[in-house]
Design a protein around this ligand. Structure first.
Ligand code: NAD
Ligand code: GLY
Length: 357
């Protein structure tokens, strides 16, 4: 087992990663009080890993809540099911929530933990690649609103993140490839050597070899932890973690969080942001080609859905949380491994990027 630390003063926490961690009782034990544990998971993950987590909690009062599976259930209504369970069981402020699942479960459980009795502890046990390299780390929690993704939420850091790479063995291929989009993101925004490593090792990653996966997870979590530790609440640099997301969220909102997976939308968004960076004479055209090539090898889409008009695209982008007074702030690339946040671009340039052809 390996460990990284996300340093945030009294809110610091460890990120454990390795194989067979769901068989190791010693990891979870130090975080459990005696006021009860609620495991929140979903109907897909429960048959795979709920028993393993139950076994780690021998001797504790354990409740479990199995939610329906899917982004469309990432709502205030579903969140209320978590509160109902906690209240019906009479859980007090010293209880612990455990999020067992992908980013949807992690974001909702974290938000429930942020709100319940004004804040209780929670632990992330992410089981998708996307959740292991991104959503479980950094304390962003949220649910969606009809008018925008992740619009209702809070910053609430977990007490620990436990990443068992073995859980990726059961992850459907499309979900796995979608998670790789976020891994590629880290190389693009802050670490050109990691991007080159990904280009060289993409076959091993696609074959889900544990050593390559663990290296990619370690790099991703380390890079994210470094950024979050200097800007927990996204006052500045943390916004670069949203590279590709302003475009990607527009695609997801347009589709009402249905057809495309998050990483697929982000893949298209990253390439659009790279093309915009090239149009601003920052990123060389050959680097745009490198990015496009890697995304295609992974099997991710590189073009937006054809039914999303340029005006709809821009309308959805204005709802982005980085927008200020109607001005869309974009994360762009000065180079591979060097992201910047900018609103200093010609509006016509952005319109050209969201216009097909
Ligand atoms: P997800 O949670 O919907 O999981 C994808 C699918 O995989 C689901 O059907 C799930 O049940 C299934 N699954 C999970 N683990 C499995 C396993 N080990 N084996 C088999 N099936 C498994 O999607 P996701 O991609 O993990 O997360 C996307 C969500 O994360 C979005 O809501 C997005 O907004 C959010 N997100 C949050 C942050 C953050 O910082 N909080 C960052 C990125 C994304
Ligand atoms: N996924 C973006 C962030 O955590 O800030």
């Amino acid at each position: 087992m390996q460990m990284l630390s996300l340093d945030l003063g009294e809110r610091s926490y460890p990120i454990f990663f390795g194989a067979e961690l769901l068989k190791d009782k010693s990891i979870l034990a130090p975080y459990l009080g005696n006021e009860g544990v609620l495991i929140v998971t979903n109907e897909t993950v429960a048959p795979l890993y709920l028993q393993d987590v139950r076994d780690l909690l021998d001797g504790h009062q354990v409740d479990e809540l199995i939610l329906p599976d899917g982004e469309r259930y990432k709502t205030l209504d579903t969140l209320n099911l978590i509160f109902n369970t906690l209240l019906e069981k009479g859980r007090t402020r010293g209880c612990m929530l455990i999020a067992l699942g992908g980013g949807v479960i992690g974001d909702m459980t974290g938000f429930a933990a942020a709100c319940y009795q004004r804040g209780v502890d929670f632990i992330q046990i992410p089981t998708t690649l996307l959740a292991q390299v991104d959503s479980s780390v950094g304390g962003k929690t949220a649910v969606n609103h009809r008018l925008g993704k992740n619009m209702i939420g809070a910053f609430h850091q977990p007490k620990a993140v436990i990443i068992d790479v073995d859980t990726l063995k059961t992850l459907p291929d499309r979900e796995f490839r979608s998670g790789l989009a976020e891994v590629i993101k880290y190389g693009l925004i802050v670490d050109k050597n990691f991007f080159s490593w990904l280009e060289e090792n993409i076959d091993a990653l696609l074959a889900r070899q544990n050593d390559s996966l663990l290296y990619a997870i370690e790099c991703s979590c380390r890079l994210k932890a470094q950024i979050v530790s200097v800007d927990e609440k996204e006052g500045g640099v943390r916004a670069i973690l949203n590279f590709g997301h302003t475009f990607g969220h527009a695609i997801e909102t347009h589709q009402k969080y249905g057809e495309w997976l998050h990483g697929e939308a982000i893949a298209v968004g990253m390439l659009m942001a790279a093309k915009m960076s090239a149009k601003m004479n920052w990123l060389p055209a050959e680097d745009v080609e490198r990015i496009s090539r890697l995304l295609k090898i992974v099997g991710l889409p590189v073009d937006p859905p054809p039914d999303l008009s340029p005006q709809q695209f821009l309308n959805h982008m204005v709802v982005d949380k980085k927008a200020r007074l109607g001005i869309i702030r974009l994360v762009l690339l000065k180079a591979i491994g060097q992201a910047v946040i900018s609103a200093d671009y010609e509006p016509d340039l952005l319109r050209a990027i969201v216009t097909p052809g």
